[in-house]
Design a protein around this ligand. Structure first.
Ligand SMILES: *Cc1c(COP(=O)(O)O)cnc(C)c1O
Length: 457
C-alpha cells in the first residue's frame, strides 16, 4: 500500500496547548492595547510605548487565563441555594468525603465482602431508604435525569398524563414536558392552566394507553385565585384503581415537612400518599451535591435499574460519596447541613452578625455602612412564596459609585457577589460561610478606605 505521508496534515502544524494559551492571551492583549491607543493616543508617543504596553498586557492576560474558573466565591446575596453560584455548599464532612473519593480508588462497583463486582447504585441508596421509608432508591446525575429515566422506565411506548397546570419550566429554558417528550413516552395533557380535576385524569386513563401519571410540584412559582389541582393521594388512589403508577416530581429534596414552610410537600409524604416513584434534587433544600434522587417501590426502582438509559445519566463516585455523607449527617444529627442552617437562621442572630461585621470595619469605612433588615430567599427555584427575614450590611459609598463598589467586590479575590438596590450595595450575612465575614470586612476596608484618592468610577 502506498501511503503519501507528505500530503497528510501534520501534527507539527497544530499548536500545543501552551501555544494556544499564549496566542489567546496575546489576542486579548492586542485588543486591549488597540483600545487604549484609540482612547488615549498621547500615552503611546513611540513604538516602544506600544511594545511595552503589549508585553505588560500579555503577561496579565496569561496570568488571568491560568486562574481556575471554578474558584470559591463569597455569596453575599442572601439567596441560599443560588443556582448561578453552584446551589448547595456541602457540609464539611460531605466535601471531605467527595474529595477523598475523587482522589483515591474506592469500591464504587466492587463488593468487598464477596470480592466480586458490585453496584454503584447501592451506595447512597441505603440512607435514602432509611430517611424516607422508601422500599428502594437510586441516585442519578440530577433531578431532570431522574424524571427522564423514571418516565422512560415506566411508560416507554405509552402515554404519561400530566396536568396543564403543571407543565412547568424548571430554569435555563428547560421544560418538564420537553424532557418527558425525550423519553420513550408521550405526554397527554389534561385539565386547564388553572384547574385540573380528578375526572380529567380518569378520562385520559380510559381513552389512552397510559403508562404513568406524572405529578409535578410547582416548586418555583405559586398560583392563587380560581384554581384547583388534584392532590397526590387522590391521584394515587385513582392510579391504584386502574393499575397506573404515579410518578411525583418533587424537586426540592425536602425529606420531612419544613418548620418555616409547612405546606411544602416532602418526599416522605409523597411516598406515604402512594407515589410509585418520587424524583428530587440532591443540591436544593437537601443540601447535598448535584444529584437526582429516585425513591419508591421495589418493583418500580427495579424497572429503572434495568433501563439502558440509566447508563447515560449515571452519577460519579465523588457525588455519591458527598451525598452519602450528607444523608448520614442528616440521619445522625438532624438538619446540620449548611443549607438548612442558613435557611433557619433567625433575624436577631443575623442582625447581630451584621452589627459585628460593621463593628469590625475601619472607622472611615464604617461611616459608609449601616445594618438594615433584608429579606433572604431559599433560591434554586424553591419556596417562591417564602420570605426569609434577615439582615444585611448596606453600603452607601461616599467617594465611589455604587456600581464601582459592586464591581470591585465581584472582581476581587475571592469574588464577593452582592446585590445592588436603592442606590446602595447590599451584603446579606445569611449566606456568608464561617470565616467569610472577616474577608468581607477586609475587602470593604480596602475598597471604601482606599477611595479617598480616587475619582468616582
Ligand atoms: C429543580 C427541579 C427540577 C430539576 O432538577 P435539577 O436537579 O435541576 O435537574 C425538576 N422538577 C422540579 C419540580 C424541580 O423543582
Amino acid at each position: 500500500m502506498h501511503v503519501c505521508v507528505a500530503e497528510r496534515p501534520t501534527a507539527v502544524e497544530r499548536l500545543s496547548a501552551g501555544e494556544m494559551l499564549e496566542r489567546a492571551a496575546l489576542e486579548t492583549a492586542l485588543d486591549h492595547v488597540r483600545k487604549a491607543v484609540v482612547e488615549s493616543p498621547d500615552r503611546f508617543a513611540t513604538p516602544a510605548d506600544v511594545k511595552s504596553a503589549v508585553t505588560e498586557s500579555w503577561t496579565e492576560a496569561l496570568e488571568a487565563l491560568l486562574q481556575p474558573t471554578l474558584m470559591p466565591v463569597i455569596n453575599a446575596t442572601g439567596v441560599v441555594v443560588h443556582t448561578n453560584l453552584g446551589r448547595a455548599p456541602l457540609a464539611e464532612e460531605a466535601s471531605a468525603a467527595a474529595a477523598t473519593a475523587a482522589g483515591r480508588y474506592t469500591p464504587l462497583e466492587y463488593d468487598l465482602e464477596e470480592g466480586a463486582r458490585g453496584s454503584r447504585y447501592a451506595h447512597a441508596a441505603r440512607w435514602l431508604t432509611f430517611l424516607t421509608g422508601a422500599e428502594d432508591a437510586l441516585v442519578v446525575n440530577n433531578n431532570a435525569a431522574a424524571m427522564l429515566v423514571a418516565v422512560d422506565s415506566l411508560a416507554a411506548g405509552l402515554a404519561v398524563v400530566v396536568s396543564r397546570g403543571e407543565l412547568i419550566e424548571i430554569g435555563g429554558g428547560f421544560r418538564v414536558h420537553d424532557i418527558v417528550a425525550k423519553s420513550g413516552a408521550h405526554v397527554v395533557e389534561v385539565g386547564a392552566t388553572n384547574k385540573t380535576h380528578i375526572e380529567d385524569y380518569a378520562r385520559a386513563i380510559e381513552t389512552h394507553e397510559v403508562g404513568a401519571i406524572l405529578k409535578v410540584h410547582r416548586s418555583n412559582f405559586s398560583v392563587s385565585g380560581f384554581v384547583a389541582e388534584v392532590g397526590l393521594a387522590d391521584l394515587c388512589d385513582l392510579g391504584e384503581r386502574h393499575g397506573v403508577p404515579v410518578i411525583f416530581d418533587q424537586g426540592t429534596g425536602v425529606l420531612e415537612s419544613l418548620p418555616f414552610a409547612p405546606d411544602e410537600p416532602s418526599i416522605n409524604d409523597a411516598l406515604a400518599d402512594g407515589a410509585a416513584l418520587v424524583c428530587a434534587s440532591g443540591d436544593k433544600l437537601l443540601g447535598g451535591p448535584q444529584a437526582g434522587l429516585l425513591c419508591g417501590g421495589t418493583e418500580w426502582i427495579a424497572k429503572v435499574r434495568t433501563n439502558p438509559l440509566l447508563r447515560a445519566v449515571r452519577v460519579d463516585k465523588a457525588t455519591l460519596a458527598g451525598l452519602e455523607a450528607t444523608l448520614q449527617l442528616i440521619a445522625e444529627r438532624g438538619n446540620e447541613v449548611p443549607v438548612r442552617g442558613m435557611l433557619e437562621l433567625d433575624p436577631e442572630e443575623l442582625g447581630a452578625r451584621a452589627e459585628a461585621l460593621v463593628e469590625a470595619l475601619a472607622p472611615g469605612t464604617r461611616d459608609q455602612c449601616t445594618v438594615e433588615p433584608h429579606t433572604g430567599r431559599a433560591g434554586g427555584g424553591t419556596l417562591p412564596g417564602v420570605d426569609l427575614p434577615g439582615a444585611a450590611v448596606r453600603v452607601a459609598p461616599k467617594q465611589l459609585s455604587v456600581a464601582a463598589v459592586e464591581r470591585q467586590l465581584r472582581l476581587g479575590e475571592p469574588p464577593i457577589v452582592s446585590r445592588v438596590a436603592d442606590d446602595a450595595v447590599w451584603l446579606d450575612v445569611r449566606t456568608l460561610l464561617p470565616g467569610e465575614a472577616a474577608i468581607v470586612v477586609q475587602r470593604l476596608d480596602e475598597i471604601l478606605g482606599a477611595s479617598d484618592n480616587q475619582t468616582i468610577g
